[in-house]
Design a protein around this ligand. Structure first.
Ligand code: NAP
Length: 550
């Protein structure tokens, strides 16, 4: 008998979970509280209770080739960055292509998950579900929690003095949908994450004035980089990651700041992060700086206090006639169906103890896994998918977890590493580098690309894998779940990226592909000279991990 797995949520992680279970011969049942798939990516006009909520103008900040599942490229005619409706369309295509819908029970809410009386022997879980007002309990061999972490708004009103005296209107960004009601108004947005950036830009087109308050500042990135290529494809390569992880921290931060300021000087726009030693998730927004330049958005420091109709900032400046406040202050991780003895989220820093962001280390049996509880500087879809491929192998017994002590030590080490790289803020508790995290999970499954071997067997592909963007297909080149289309998907990724924008054919003396190649050659040569100089002047570079591995 195949082992049974309960999957909680049919968003992008839940869909990957169903497919992952099927691939490993497990028997999945997915419970979805609403009446449709898509989770966060399914926009509705009204905010639904305990379901993530999008505003209408959301466009992905990861490009389509970097964002997709590992064995399912997005259609060629999809734009490079997707409106939320296109992401949902992609998820529907995925669910249909792999026949996933039949495993989902819609309008079924998971109310409680507890260990079965025989847990220490069987690892089984009792899952209480509610459908049409009727509750029942079912027993499963394993559980995959895929309920997302952008559901519970974080709104620390107690830290905003005077907010209860404020006579205007305030909301959390979760409740923001459209801009119309802000027409002609004076609006304050608190925070400078991606929600704040999108909402500020949209409202600033119609409001009287938009102010954005930040405690620490942020870097802002354009979606477009050299030659009009998507920035994540240009920057997220194994080669670039190897170089950057080999540089001394001080030098890395200087180069990072230089690169970030190459678009515009963040200090002049009031945005420069206070502590530049952290590489926190940047705001990805093409319009934010231009709206500042046009005066439609004004950046302000942290808030000292609110009065009935104004806000006073820490620098003593005052905005009178304030009518609307939007707290874009982020989200808290929460699992309403699990009690603290199963998993505990630290309310202060929004942190949670998980081995490689997936397994709670303390249970007698490794039959509970959390999927999508990671914030890679890259795609969540493929990260979730890899987590599922690993978790299902643990459930099946084809892979094993290390001892509790080893998992604890690993969690401690990665937490320190994360704090050193990204800072201690509650928005950064799930932050990881995309390639570093993907490789760390891939090693567990035996699917991490082996560049040295590829160089011998398929040099053309090896160069693309090492110097080109680290697209998710790299994790389908070998090992369990190998996909025969992975090589071709990698070789054709640039045409799927560039072609959708070519809606009017223009004759060019040279094709843009050689230009892309020139960029890589130029980057390669410059870096080789730089490394040579660095090795002679200072100390040898650390051996890259892809040489140490395998
Ligand atoms: P977020 O990234 O967690 O940002 C929260 C912001 O609120 C930060 O600037 C934070 O400042 C500030 N903040 C928190 N507590 C505060 C307090 N007590 N006082 C003042 N400021 C406070 O939240 P988000 O922008 O909603 O984004 C959530 C996730 O969704 C992110 O991963 C984001 O990238 C993603 N997202 C993506 C898109 C897109 O794809 N287009 C759009 C929106 C969101 P500090 O930095 O000082 O802590």
């Amino acid at each position: 008998m195949a082992k049974t797995v309960a999957i909680i949520g049919a968003g992008c992680s839940g869909l990957a979970a169903i497919k992952g279970c099927l691939e490993e011969g497990l028997s999945p049942t997915c419970f979805e509280k609403s009446d449709d798939i898509g989770g966060l990516w399914r926009y509705t006009e009204m905010v639904e209770d305990r379901r993530a909520s999008l505003y209408n103008c959301v466009v992905t900040n990861v490009s389509k080739e970097m964002m997709c599942y590992t064995d399912f490229p997005m259609p060629e005619d999809f734009p490079t960055y997707l409106h939320h409706s296109k992401v949902l369309e992609y998820l529907r295509l995925y669910a249909e292509h792999f026949s996933l819908l039949k495993y989902i029970q819609f309008k079924t809410e998971v109310c409680l998950v507890t260990k079965s009386p025989s847990f220490s022997k069987t690892g089984q879980w009792e899952v209480t579900i509610e459908k049409n007002g009727v509750k029942k309990m079912e027993c499963f061999d394993a559980v995959l929690v895929c309920n997302g972490h952008h559901v519970e708004p974080y709104l620390p009103l107690e830290s905003f003095q005077g907010i209860h005296d404020f006579k205007g209107h305030y909301i959390h960004s979760r409740f923001y949908k459209k801009y119309e009601k802000y027409r002609g108004k004076t609006v304050l947005i608190v925070g400078v994450g991606n929600s704040a950036g999108d909402i500020a830009v949209e409202i600033s087109g119609v409001a009287k004035q938009v102010y954005v308050s930040t405690r620490q500042g942020t870097w802002v990135l354009s979606r477009i980089s050299f030659d009009g290529l998507p920035i994540d494809m240009a920057l997220t390569s194994r080669f670039a990651f190897w170089i950057s992880s080999s540089l001394p921290a001080g030098l890395l931060h200087k180069l990072h700041a230089k690169q970030m300021n190459s678009w515009f000087d963040h200090a002049n726009y009031g945005l420069q992060p206070e502590d530049m030693s952290f590489l926190k998730e940047p705001m990805v927004n093409d319009h934010f700086p231009s709206q500042i330049l046009c005066g439609a958005i004004r950046i302000k420091p942290h808030i000292r206090k609110f009065t009935e109709s104004s806000v006073i900032f820490e620098d003593g400046s005052i905005v009178d006639g304030l009518e609307e406040v939007i707290f874009a202050t982020g989200y808290s991780i929460s699992f309403p169906f699990l009690d603290d003895s199963i998993i505990r989220v630290n309310d202060n820093d929004n942190n949670i103890t998980l081995y490689k962001n997936v397994f709670p280390p303390y249970h007698e049996k490794p039959t509970l896994a959390f999927i999508g509880l990671v914030q890679p500087l890259g795609s969540l879809l493929s990260s979730s998918e890899l987590q599922v491929r690993w978790a299902t192998r643990i459930f099946k017994g084809t892979s094993q977890l290390p001892s509790v002590a080893k998992m604890e030590a690993h969690f401690k080490k990665t937490t320190e590493h994360r704090r050193k790289c990204f800072g201690k803020g509650r928005s950064q508790t799930l932050q990881t580098y995309f390639i570093e995290y993907m490789d760390e999970v891939a090693v567990e499954i035996g699917i991490r690309p082996n560049i040295m071997r590829l160089l011998i067997t398929d040099p053309k592909l090896a160069l693309k894998v090492f110097f080109g963007p680290c697209t998710p297909y790299q994790y389908r080149l070998k090992g369990p779940g190998k996909w025969s289309g992975a090589r071709n998907a990698i070789l054709t990724q640039w045409s799927r990226t560039i072609n959708p924008a070519r809606t009017r054919v223009v004759q060019k003396s040279t094709d843009s592909r050689p230009t892309i190649r020139n960029i890589f050659v130029l980057c390669g040569l410059t870096t080789a000279i730089f490394i040579g100089f660095y090795c002679v002047r200072y100390k040898p570079l650390r051996a890259p991990s892809w040489i140490l591995c395998h």
